[in-house]
Write a protein that binds this ligand. Sequence first.
Ligand code: NCD
Length: 304
Amino acid sequence: MKHLISPLDLSTKEIDDILELAEDIEKRPDKYTDICKGKKLATLFYESSTRTRLSHEAAMLNLGGSILGFSSSDASSAAKGESVADTIRTVCCYADIIAMRHPKEGAPIVAANYSSIPIINAGDGGHEHPTQTLTDLLTIRAEKGRLDNLTVGMCGDLKFGRTVHSLIHALVRYRNIKFILISPEELRLPSYMLQDVLVKHNIKYIQAEKLEEVMSELDILYMTRVQKERFFNEEDYIRMKDFYILDADKMKMAKSDMLVLHPLPRVNEIHPEVDKDPRAIYFKQVQYGVYVRMALILTLLELI
Ligand code: NCD
């Protein structure tokens, strides 16, 4: 049985297969409406979410399955002090697959150790978010036509942004990817990511502080929110929260075919005036998130 805790749990071939399946689901949704009949997805969300929880649920419903779960730890027995291990052993009696989000890094690994059904990590603290990565890869592949030969700008909170960490893990496996890491000094990519992932794999990267200075080089701009909930004090967050604001003027500096992605939610880092720019594809990205999670559920349940 397979779990998805990190993008590294999937080989490049398995990722490609999931993306291909997601593309087929987009083209021929009718083919898939009943495949999960009788199957249940449990969404165990110990941390807030809009897209990740609802897209997993929409994915299972689109496949003809059913859903159950909780959307905050207060609404579960975690509030009474129950351990993740005991909750997982319980939910295994009710469901066929689990998508779980938790504020603590590593919680989904603990869950996997106690689970008799597949666990999908729907975000663990500032660590990883593999289903967002599958969404990002599908979006880039569908809208750009390739996953290699790209200069990818990652902008914002590279320290705590789990979507950034997981996407880097996945993209380094493709040919000729160059990263431009754009952040304030205090929110730079953690050194374990720099050393163990970028340096180790001989990946070209530069670190920059000003978005304007690198804008013209980018094929992809991956914007991120400053992760308020992971800061130790409010003052630091307030100082950093509006460090980057992508607006129409900055978009003028970019290539005509550069694409802007954002895992969402956005706060101030993308001005709403950018939304009408055809290069802004973050709401299309949301739709791809449903197709790719449908493909993932089918793959983990071995129904395809
Ligand atoms: C991201 C997350 O939860 O890490 N959101 C998402 O899942 N689409 C990004 C964020 O919260 O900033």
